[in-house]
Design a binder for this molecule. Structure first.
Ligand code: KG4
Length: 332
């Protein structure tokens, strides 16, 4: 079974090819250097770059896999959530290929992709709790079996990655801010006092806007008083609170729901402190943790192909009238 998968939901144009689950090609064209100038993803620019890059990525993936379009059995594509103009490029490409080569179209949820990326390193064991943390999402997803999703906790405002990016900006660090903050936090000390958002009883929800505003206000106050901001210490202080919130909610939900496994997913799952904390906290529990390899934490199409394998087995097929949904929810 040969699957060609396309991902274009944000600022990475990606094409992957798998054969019977084995990854033959994983091409990713990142636009991050372009968006850096604006301090965030410019949707219009992103869509245009996807349109420019998609053909080249498709060609390169086929060359790396040493295959041609005729060999492909299924065309999988991210249908949402994401930026609508960006999603349209991938969906239109996949529909066109499905039509020309008369092969089924498989629509895939982007966040399911992030969760299933972990199948490249281990087996999913149910029931599990997926911790989906990225630039656009902060969700705890309970899965009792394959392709069954129940959101048990989510952010009430900003996503954790978005918060990292905004805090990095006010500290004069490059976009995206996750990695530079993570690196500086490793050499800083959590000396600044920041508010810790408490968990509302009976929920596993998150809130990041208060933490973001607190850092921005603190930095501005120090600047007004002509006091130097110790960037490394500010990063360490911010990261401690930001990650504590993820770990606290995750552990509470995992214990209450009696899961066998915790799966980290999404861009923020690359965070070294998060990875360390989760493993440390779970030492005394019989809950396994599955951590994706770093190459799998950013957007890619290999993860889309993994979900497609399961959808194909379940007989899921997309229509040629498929339209991307920028707000697509993970449904049970
Ligand atoms: O999943 P992803 O590639 O795409 C979006 O959904 O946007 O996630 C990107 C996000 C960015 O906000 C970035 O700052 C964050 O992941 N990120 C990190 C780290 N590496 C990337 N956040 C914290 N620590 C990191 N090491």
């Amino acid at each position: 079974m040969i699957i060609l998968a396309i991902e274009s939901s944000c600022d990475e144009t990606a094409v992957a090819i798998t054969k019977d689950g084995e990854l033959l090609a994983n091409v990713i064209s990142s636009q991050v250097d372009v968006h850096k100038k604006y301090g965030g993803v410019m949707p219009e620019v992103a869509s245009r770059l996807h349109a420019e890059n998609i053909g080249v990525c498709l060609k390169e993936a086929l060359e790396r896999a040493n295959l041609s379009f005729e060999d492909v059995d299924y065309f999988a594509v991210t249908e949402g959530p994401g930026l609508v103009g960006c999603l349209h490029v991938g969906v239109t490409a996949a529909k066109t290929l499905s039509l020309i080569y008369d092969k089924p179209l498989i629509p895939v949820h982007h966040l399911a992709g992030h969760i299933y990326a972990c199948e490249y390193v281990g087996e999913l064991k149910f029931p599990l709790l997926a911790v989906v943390v990225s630039g656009g999402n902060t969700e705890l997803v309970y899965m009792k079996k394959h392709l069954s999703y129940k959101i048990v906790g989510e952010t009430k405002d900003d996503a954790v990655g978005e918060c990292y990016d905004k805090v990095a900006r006010v500290l004069g660090l490059p976009y995206p801010g996750g990695l530079p903050i993570d690196q500086r936090a490793r050499v800083g000390k959590p000396t600044y006092k920041l508010p810790i958002p408490h968990r509302e009883k009976g929920t596993y929800d998150f809130s990041y806007s208060g933490l973001k505003t607190a850092v921005i206000n603190l930095v501005h106050n120090l600047e007004q008083k002509d006091e130097e901001v110790n960037v490394n210490d500010m990063c360490a202080s911010f990261q401690e609170v930001a990650i504590k919130m993820v770990v606290d909610r995750t552990l509470a939900a995992a214990r209450d729901l009696g899961v066998k496994q915790i799966v980290l997913a999404g861009g923020v799952s690359a965070n070294s402190y998060l990875r360390e904390r989760v493993v440390e906290e779970l030492k005394n529990f019989s809950i396994e943790v599955l951590i994706p390899p770093l190459w799998c934490t950013t957007d890619n199409a290999a993860m889309i192909a993994k979900v497609a394998e399961h959808l194909i087995k379940e007989g899921v097929r997309g229509e040629l009238s498929l339209s991307p949904d920028p707000n697509l929810r993970l449904a049970e």
